[in-house]
Design a protein around this ligand. Structure first.
Ligand code: TYD
Length: 406
């Protein structure tokens, strides 16, 4: 079977399969087990445009709906991060009078609220109705739709063109990225900017953080692939800013071709990507091998702890944990339950492997011997607030950049 690259349309071949996967955020009740949806999670890197992508994408309506389980405002550090993101845009990118800001995938308004409170004209676009509702309640003007060229035209008619088009952890979710970029081209003022940040492919490769690969992450971007994708529409990458969020992300700044000068940082990072082999097939085959080693080491560790009759609990039922658990086939005989602070996930079961998800209070009530930190990207914040667990003799299991107990 031959597949086409979602960006440039050339033939692509998967280099790795993770097997059958459920939805990363598809937490479910026992009654739902028998109808659980699975799809083949396979990845490819296009040899022409070098876009790293999933071969098969479940329909977006199945993933982002009225019961979407991910709320951005569950981490204090992320709230600070998005406040800083908004402040940076206000200070450096909104030079016009009465500017207009559009955010795609604004979730519960974690970033947009900082524009709303300053009465800056704004519009959030969030397809998941339940989270969009929270954003509206916070005073962020938000519509529950999928952004594309057609919607861009409607927005221009109603509000005029945008000074800034923002996004965080959303552009990599959209299989029809070309239509989004075509929409951006129409929506953006001649001097406007697009600023978005997403998990960065080079971090994933270097840390073997294969858990960034799941249904919602249709793409993992690099500067090279972003430059190509936007270049098709006469938009160009003018600046970047590496971020620590999500275990290593990249913030991209894009503008109409020729409207801004290009920062040296872009050129330097493109060189680094080339030197790191992001343009070579061998790099991806090596990544596959590293994933297999990581899986073997993790299973061995969990089985050893089981033999020693240690209690192991998962910390945070992240989307990422769904990939780890299903790729490594980890069931509740190895991980007793997963503690999570999101009410909508509690009392349900993890997608695919059906490990119970319990409220955080259960973790606190009886500390386990080991806690598998599925939210390793929030390690600093979590370690800081879990000093008592550590003091009680509790240990952390991390699988990134290699399987280890700390
Ligand atoms: P995140 O890494 O942002 O998730 P994802 O892989 O889905 O992008 O983590 C968010 C999840 O982690 C969310 O379910 C809440 C949970 N969480 C906790 O349970 N405790 C915590 O201290 C933190 C920071 C997150």
């Amino acid at each position: 079977m031959s597949y086409k690259c979602l960006i440039c349309g050339k033939n692509i071949e998967p280099f790795m399969s993770f097997g059958q996967m459920p939805f990363a955020n598809g937490f479910l009740t026992p009654e739902e087990f028998k109808n659980e949806y699975f799809f083949g999670l396979e990845v490819a890197s296009c040899s022409v445009c070098r876009m790293f992508q999933l071969i098969e994408q479940p329909a977006p309506e199945k993933m982002f709906h009225g019961d979407y389980a991910f709320f951005s405002s569950t981490s204090n550090r992320m709230a600070v991060h998005f406040k800083e993101f908004a402040e940076n845009i206000k200070k450096n990118k909104l030079k016009n009078k009465d500017p207009f800001v559009v955010e795609i995938g604004c979730n519960d308004g974690i970033m947009l609220e900082h524009f709303a409170k300053d009465r800056i004209r704004h519009l959030g676009i969030e397809p998941s109705l339940n989270v969009a509702k929270v954003a509206n309640e916070k005073g962020c003007r938000t519509i529950s739709k999928f952004f594309n060229e057609e919607l861009a035209e409607e927005i221009v008619k109603e509000h005029g063109q945008a000074d800034a088009f923002l996004g965080a952890n959303v552009m990599c979710h959209i299989a029809n990225l070309n239509s989004v970029i075509a929409g951006i081209k129409k929506l953006l003022k001649p001097e406007g900017v697009v600023v978005f940040e997403e998990p960065y492919l080079l971090d994933v490769i270097e840390k073997t953080s294969y858990d960034q690969i799941y249904d919602e992450h249709v793409f993992l971007f690099s500067l090279g692939s972003i430059k190509y994708a936007f270049g098709q529409y006469d938009l160009e990458l003018i600046d970047i800013e590496p971020q620590k969020t999500h275990g290593g992300s990249m913030r991209y700044v894009i503008a109409h071709k020729g409207s801004h000068s290009i920062s040296d940082k872009v050129l330097r990072q493109l060189k680094k990507e080339e030197q790191s082999g992001l343009n070579k097939d061998e790099t991806y085959l090596k990544f596959k091998k590293n994933c297999e080693i990581s899986r073997r080491d993790l299973i061995n560790l969990l089985q050893k702890l089981k033999k020693e009759k240690k209690r192991v609990v998962g910390y945070a039922a992240t989307s990422k944990s769904t990939t780890i658990l299903n790729y490594c086939r980890i069931t509740k005989d190895l991980i007793e339950f997963i503690s999570d602070t999101t009410p909508i996930k509690q009392g349900k079961y993890s997608p695919g492997m059906h490990i119970p998800v319990k409220p955080y209070a259960e973790f606190k009530a009886k500390y386990p011997d080991y806690a598998f930190l599925f939210a390793w990207n929030h390690a600093e914040e979590i370690m800081e607030k879990e000093k008592a667990y550590r003091d009680s003799g509790g240990q952390w299991i991390l699988h990134v950049p290699k399987v280890q107990v700390i």
